[in-house]
Write a protein that binds this ligand. Structure first.
Ligand code: EPU
Length: 417
């Protein structure tokens, strides 16, 4: 298993370019099930999760090719309707094929994801919505088996705003009969991006980005040719990495407006940040000040940045309270940060982080994607050598992270197993 070794304590300086958003590209790839023909998606990052989705779509009978950031998906024929356990256990986002498969073929069989490193993560809201649209759903041998002749539009209320749930139902509703209204829908930029992609295929969708999304079903959709948005979590991770090292970094090809909550917190913590079009300039100045955060659905502070921000707060002046409201078990990085000398205690959904003056490099273990990003951030701010094990987690969501950081002056290398 590969490891990443970081010699900490160096300031990051220079320019970095942000890749396409994983969590936008995955649903757009699933949406290509709905448009028979050649679907072209650009700005797709080269990541393990993307190739997992590609392989899953190929398993369903589609052609899949990914080169130079462009994905081509041939969806003339769908020859299978099952997303097997092997794909779903590797990547929960495999569940995004449920809605479009059902809408296109009248049947979908998707392995039920189990719990994962950050929480139980049920998909009851996805299935509730499809059932309300007339699907017959059975759970057999660990699989959700859904059938429907043609789904029917209806009003669906989500108890909790769910990102992939909103996306699944938006895709299903695009080919349903009549109007579907999604209430308390997720407002994340990735949901808007999927709506834009679906509209480019001929779908009729209004209100994406607000809590109420209205979809008027059509009888067929065309293949898509679409460019996905830049990754706001990769953007945030580089901002935080620059801040912890007190460096000066220009982040190019991003969408600053998607990172407002984080930018505000970093500014309050002492960083100077300027936006100009699709670029962000950050200048970290000495030790950060502690700040409290609470993770919330967009536009609140993103749960996917909680771990990285905690790494920054570990070295800040003062005490910060970090509250995780989205996932019940997203503090796995705490034990690893403690091994580096961080002073963090957890009670329920809150972590109290007492800033220390120095973190010391140590061997640590990545437990999930964003937890591993926090260890990279901590390693960059620490004295000495940090060796991060199980970096396959980071390869799921960050394209060439060690190369990008090296370009910024970090002493970082991948140790091949
Ligand atoms: N929830 C339910 N029932 C459902 C669906 C969700 O109770 O049917 C709960 C979840 O357990 C959680 C909350 O609702 O407590 C919100 O979860 P959501 O469904 O929004 O999460 P997701 O769609 O599974 C996406 C991202 C995650 C990101 C979350 C929250 C993708 C592929 N994944 O997950 O990204 O953390 O939204 O913003 O878009 C990551 O990239 O590292 C990552 C985990």
């Amino acid at each position: 298993m590969d490891k990443i070794e970081i010699e900490g304590g160096l300031r990051l300086n220079g320019e970095v370019s942000i890749s396409g958003a994983k969590n936008a590209a995955l649903p757009v790839m699933a949406a290509s099930i709905l448009g028979p023909g050649e679907n072209i998606i650009s700005n797709v990052p080269v990541l393990r999760d993307i190739s997992t989705m590609g392989k899953l779509l190929a398993h369903l009978g589609m052609g899949y090719h990914h080169e130079d950031g462009e994905v081509i998906l041939q969806s003339e024929r769908i020859t299978a309707v099952e997303a097997p356990y092997d794909y779903v256990k590797t990547m929960r986002a495999s569940v995004l094929v449920l809605g479009p498969l059902l809408a296109r073929t009248g049947e979908a069989k998707v392995s039920l994801p189990g719990g994962c490193a950050i929480g139980a993560r049920p998909i009851n809201l996805h299935t509730m919505g499809l059932e309300k649209m007339g699907a017959r759903i059975a759970l057999t041998e660990g699989y959700i088996h859904a059938k429907a002749e043609r789904l029917k539009g209806t009003t669906i209320y989500f108890d909790i705003p769910t990102v992939t749930g909103t996306e699944n139902l938006m895709m299903a509703a695009s080919l349903a009969e009549g109007v579907t209204v999604l209430e308390n829908a997720a407002c994340e930029p990735e949901v808007i991006d999927l709506a834009d992609a679906l509209r480019s295929m001929g779908a009729e969708i209004e209100g994406a980005g607000t809590g109420i999304i209205k979809i008027r079903g059509v009888t067929s959709l065309s293949p898509l040719n679409y460019r996905v948005i830049p990754d706001r979590i990769e953007t945030g991770t580089f901002l935080t990495a620059a801040a912890i090292t007190g460096g000066e970094v220009t982040i190019r090809d991003c969408r600053p407006e998607h990172s407002e909550a984080l930018i505000n917190k970093l500014q309050e913590a002492g960083a100077q940040i300027r936006q100009e079009g699709s670029a962000l300039f950050i200048s970290g100045s000495g030790r950060s000040r502690s700040r409290d955060i609470k993770t919330m659905p967009y536009p609140g502070f993103p749960t996917d940045m909680q771990a990285q921000f905690m790494a920054l707060m570990s070295l800040a002046e003062g005490t910060s309270l970090i509250t995780e409201n989205i996932f019940e078990n997203r503090f796995m990085h705490v034990a690893e940060l403690r091994r580096m000398g961080a002073d963090i205690s957890v009670q329920g959904s809150s972590a109290t982080v007492k800033g220390v003056r120095v973190l010391a490099g140590a061997p640590v273990m990545a437990t999930d994607l964003r937890a591993s990003a926090s260890l990279v951030v901590a390693g960059l701010g620490a004295r000495g050598t940090t060796l991060i094990d199980r970096v396959y987690h980071i390869d799921r969501g960050y394209q060439g992270i060690e190369k990008k950081l090296e370009m910024l002056g970090a002493r970082i290398r991948r140790v091949r197993a």
